[in-house]
Design a protein around this ligand. Structure first.
Ligand code: C5P
Length: 232
């Protein structure tokens, strides 16, 4: 069985709902992403509960602090046996290098990815916080910083995956949210890409929430996406 490319976003705020949702899926077909909402509500115990169901976990807490603090929290996350953790590339190279070093010293070593620029930010939003460079060039620069700092990959829009793949080579992991199957509801996501196009653009892992978790039959929805990717 190949490593599943799909990461299901468990965007709920309590353990019973998280378990009910997770139990609809086969751990051989997906990993789970735990974000700030569920982690803040339930703490580290939720990781263990979902790991016991057989799932590998992407702990999506987007660490961004001074290098020492981020290194220490990455070591803690690593000790919790998660599959992937992430930081903000905006935290800078020293912070990402410190995260890399802390994880490399851990017994269990999760993949380390960096969020480039949040897809909710526009060019105007960046200018308003004093970042005057072109948004796309900033994404490329942050991705390059992440690679030089030793990150395993980045979280980015699938719309940028093609360019990033060319610039960063084949060994760098691209994790892409904002995925919508053809013809599906886009919800509040504006810049969406289908699973097939994301994979063809070079994405390694697709983060998918509502198109699967909000489907009448989530397991079927996940299988349908697998089928479409296989044909890609
Ligand atoms: O339901 P949906 O498929 O839109 O969920 C996408 C998941 O990916 C959510 O957990 C969302 O917070 C996350 N995400 C995103 N865009 C980013 C980074 C993370 O949608 N740029």
């Amino acid at each position: 069985m190949p490593s599943p490319k799909i990461i299901i976003a468990i965007d709920v705020n309590n353990q019973p709902d998280a378990i009910r949702l997770a139990e609809k899926f086969d751990p051989k077909l997906c990993r789970l992403k735990i974000g700030l909402e569920l982690y803040t509500a339930e703490g580290p115990a939720i990781l263990e509960v979902l790991q016991k169901l057989g799932f590998e976990i992407f702990l999506d807490l987007k660490f961004h602090d001074i290098p020492n603090t981020v290194a220490r929290v990455c070591a803690v996350a690593a000790s919790m046996g998660v599959w992937m953790v992430n930081v903000h590339a905006l935290g800078g190279r020293a912070m990402m290098s410190a995260a890399r070093e802390a994880i490399s010293k851990s017994n269990h070593q999760p993949l380390l990815t960096a969020v480039t620029i949040l897809t909710s930010h526009s060019q105007e939003d960046l200018a308003a916080v004093g970042i005057t460079g072109n948004l796309e060039e900033c994404v490329l620069q942050y991705a390059e910083n992440a690679r030089q700092a030793g990150c395993d990959g980045i979280v980015c829009s699938a719309l940028e995956a093609g360019k990033l793949r060319k610039k960063l080579g084949d060994d760098f992991i691209l994790v892409t949210p904002g995925i919508r199957p053809e013809g599906g509801n886009t919800n509040d996501q504006k810049r969406v890409v289908s699973p097939v196009v994301a994979i063809e653009s070079g994405a390694n892992y697709l983060v998918i929430g509502r198109p699967v978790t909000g489907a009448d039959d989530p397991a079927r929805a996940l299988l349908n996406i697998h089928e479409s990717i296989k044909k890609a």
